[in-house]
Design a protein around this ligand. Structure first.
Ligand SMILES: *Cc1c(COP(=O)(O)O)cnc(C)c1O
Length: 396
């Protein structure tokens, strides 16, 4: 069982309000904040180089902590300043190094994140491959039968989103991977909304690469993210942008790092990286299984409460929605609903349909109110949210 009181005491920001935006940017716990602020102070005292040297052990351990969280090896992890940086770096390296070009096909799903879609279309224009959409099934998840139909040996890569930012649905990763690998296609998984929310084991998922952000469910600072690349794939991949972290120079020739550090740059925000490490360690101590259980239970309690509000429509799709709860309210636009909830001390966001621009199913998509409870969310937080939504629903 989680020690809710202790976890909440570690999260001062959750005590005076109902904070339900961990899918946007969660509240970092005190150890994360302390690691970062302590380091910034130290940088001001002795300079950034000496301050970083004093934290060499902690900094060297961050990749290992992230790796442990997803069942990877430390050498398969590159630390980045965002998930989008990780994703675009991986996508670019795959397209370039695997020679994906004219006549080749890249498959994408309805859940694709806007930034990924833009990067993909940009590369498609330059390299001449085709981007094709795999439709959803009736549940809203990627349609596995349609995927089978689309697959052939010209499909080189599938971009899959584990959980979109605007729905609790969880895509069936293993089934997509198995189908892809039968045709020799790679799978790049955007796990921004699931790392830190759901138990993830890259070996059992079988994905070739995975990207995630720090600031969401991991409760790490903004400006952090990471890339996982399977060990036997990463040695085949060279990023387009390399510096003295990604490679070493001897004379007039350079050698790429043998591991995922080839995707990193030398300069980085040291305080933020220490915060990322502290966040991963904090979660490892709680236990990912416990965290997932609590998040799912909180989301289910919230859905159950909201379902009783007149005029409210839950918008989450998928067979077993997880920690993201989305809804619309009859006669009320999402933005004013969000604002009124905020005024009542309930922090939610509006997830615009533009965040998944490829989603043409469900008769075109709508903007939704998004409430994303974490494991530190209390029953009183959920009640406060449901009560506030009830109050809004009574006004016309
Ligand atoms: C937030 C999010 C991203 C982008 O993460 P950044 O760290 O902001 O780059 C990508 N994909 C999904 C599904 C997200 O929710």
């Amino acid at each position: 069982m989680l020690e809710l009181a202790r976890l909440r005491a570690d999260t001062p920001g959750c005590l005076d309000k109902s904070f339900l935006d961990s899918a946007g940017s969660a509240l970092p716990p005190t150890p994360v904040l302390d690691a970062m602020i302590g380091h910034l102070r130290r940088e001001a005292e002795v300079g950034g180089y000496l301050a970083a040297a004093e934290r060499e052990v902690e900094l060297g351990a961050v990749r290992g902590s992230i790796a442990r969280l997803i069942g990877a090896a430390p050498g398969e992890i590159a630390l980045t300043d965002s998930a989008s940086r990780a994703w675009t770096t991986a996508f670019d390296a795959i397209v370039t190094s695997e020679g994906i070009g004219p006549g080749d096909r890249v498959l994408v799903t309805n859940a694709e994140y806007a930034s990924n879609a833009i990067a993909m279309l940009h590369h498609a224009q330059r390299a001449g491959f085709h981007v094709e959409l795999v439709p959803n099934d009736a549940s809203g998840q990627v349609d596995l039968a349609a995927l089978e139909e689309l697959l052939d040996e010209r499909v080189r890569l599938i971009s899959l989103v584990h959980m979109p930012s605007n729905s609790g649905l969880v895509n069936p990763v293993r089934a997509v991977v198995d189908a892809a690998h039968r045709f020799g296609a790679l799978v790049l998984l955007d796990a921004c909304q699931t790392v830190g929310q759901l138990e993830i084991d890259v070996a059992s998922l079988g994905v070739d690469a995975l990207t995630a952000t720090g600031r969401k469910w991991l409760r790490a600072p903004r400006g952090t993210g990471f890339l996982y690349v399977r060990a036997d794939l990463l040695t085949r991949l060279a990023p387009s942008a390399i510096d003295q972290a990604g490679a070493s120079l001897s004379g007039a020739s350079y050698t790429l790092q043998p591991d995922a550090r080839r995707f990193e740059f030398w300069e980085y925000d040291v305080a933020a990286r220490l915060g990322l490490g502290a966040a991963a360690d904090y979660l490892l101590e709680i236990g990912m299984a416990e965290a997932e259980r609590a998040i799912r239970a909180n989301a289910e309690a919230l859905r159950a409460g909201l379902a009783r509000v007149p005029g409210l429509r839950l918008r989450d799709r998928g067979i077993r929605p997880a920690g993201i709860v989305t809804f619309t309210l009859a006669r009320h636009d999402p933005a004013p609903v969000r604002d009124r909830l905020r005024a009542a001390g309930v922090i939610v966001t509006v997830s615009p349909s533009s965040s998944s621009p490829l989603n043409m199913s469900d008769g075109g998509q709508v903007d939704v109110v998004r409430a994303s409870p974490h494991y530190f969310t209390s029953p009183a937080d959920i009640e406060r949210c449901v009560d506030a939504v009830h109050t809004v629903s009574r006004d016309c």
